[in-house]
Design a protein. Structure first.
Length: 317
């Protein structure tokens, strides 16, 4: 009887101890989550607002500006304004493809379209505003690496696509514009709500994952992998960008913590390139206007550019 009683008390003690541990960890995680939310949410909200304002009030002007390039005799130099306009465009990839298809049908050059699409995939006004939480230096690195990636994409298409066969826009079906409400204030509010729905869940997931990272990942081991071993760290970050990247809203908090933990700027740059460029939704949109050969070339180009960029950034900083 005494043995049974002792065993029962031991089991109860273990359950109580486990409950205390779970409660303690929940308190720690909630604290980390609340602090992260207060630090990062303003940047996320600013990005949402900026993107919606540009989408509602400036999207057509941006795309009209790109259309006017067709009438200018810029030649290969047109990839520069095309890439810059791609960064300024607030649309996601599924919104960009119909616009590019329209430009193609109007006779726009393929190298300009490639520069526009590549830059638009990697960066937009919302992401620039949101990335400010990473610091000005990181934002500048992100901007110029994305611009260069767009320029190289345009240059490569200019060289290899003499037959104008890299993209398949001929049978692409245009989708209707959702920003059509006659009340401009309501149109803006609806656009903001769509952006919140598109990125809000990923933002929360990113905050939770970052809190778990802060609590459970030893910074010394992380810094050794992604900071001290710079070449291998860049390769690992570029590779991780493919399956891990959800959206800007979900990845920025985690990337911020990774940099704080010792990730090199080169590794972060590689991640910021392969992540959005190989996000599943973006790949799905691109595959709809590419054949298998073009699609494989795109993947190889992005991964190679990300790795080389990461190495060069590490050498420069």
């Amino acid at each position: 009887m005494r043995k049974l009683t002792h065993t029962g008390r031991t089991g109860k003690f273990k359950r109580d101890k486990m409950g205390d541990i779970i409660q303690r960890e929940a308190i720690y995680l909630w604290y980390y989550i609340s602090v992260l939310f207060k630090q990062i949410a303003p940047y996320w909200a600013t990005g949402i607002l900026l993107g919606s304002v540009i989408s509602v009030f400036g999207k057509n002007r941006i795309h009209s500006l790109f259309t006017t390039l067709k009438h200018k005799k810029l030649g290969i130099l047109g990839i520069l304004p095309a890439s810059l306009i791609g960064i300024a465009s607030p649309l996601c990839m599924y919104g960009t493809i119909p616009i590019v298809a329209s430009f193609y049908q109007q006779g726009m050059r393929s190298d300009w379209l490639a520069a526009f699409m590549m830059s638009s995939i990697l960066l937009n006004p919302q992401l620039i505003a949101y990335s400010m939480v990473l610091g000005v230096n990181v934002v500048l690195i992100r901007f110029f690496t994305c611009l260069i990636c767009g320029l190289l994409a345009g240059l490569l298409i200019h060289v290899i696509d003499r037959k104008n066969s890299f993209f398949k826009f001929e049978n692409y079906v245009q989708k209707t514009d959702r920003d059509t409400n006659p009340n401009i204030i309501l149109r803006l509010l609806l656009n903001i709500w769509r952006n919140i729905k598109a990125s809000g869940l990923y933002f929360i997931i990113g905050i939770v994952l970052t809190a778990c990272f802060q609590r459970y990942v030893p910074y010394s081991a992380f810094a050794s992998l992604f900071g001290e071993q710079k070449g291998f760290g860049v390769l690992m970050a570029a590779t991780l960008g493919v399956p891990v990247y959800m959206c800007g809203g979900g990845t920025i908090p985690l990337l911020r913590e990774c940099l704080y933990a010792g990730m090199s700027l080169g590794a972060a740059s590689a991640f910021m390139i392969t992540g959005p460029a190989t996000k599943l939704t973006n790949l799905g949109a691109l595959k709809s206007v590419m054949n298998i050969k073009s699609f494989a070339f795109y993947i190889a180009f992005v991964c190679l550019f990300a790795f080389i960029t990461g190495i060069l950034v590490n050498l420069a900083v």
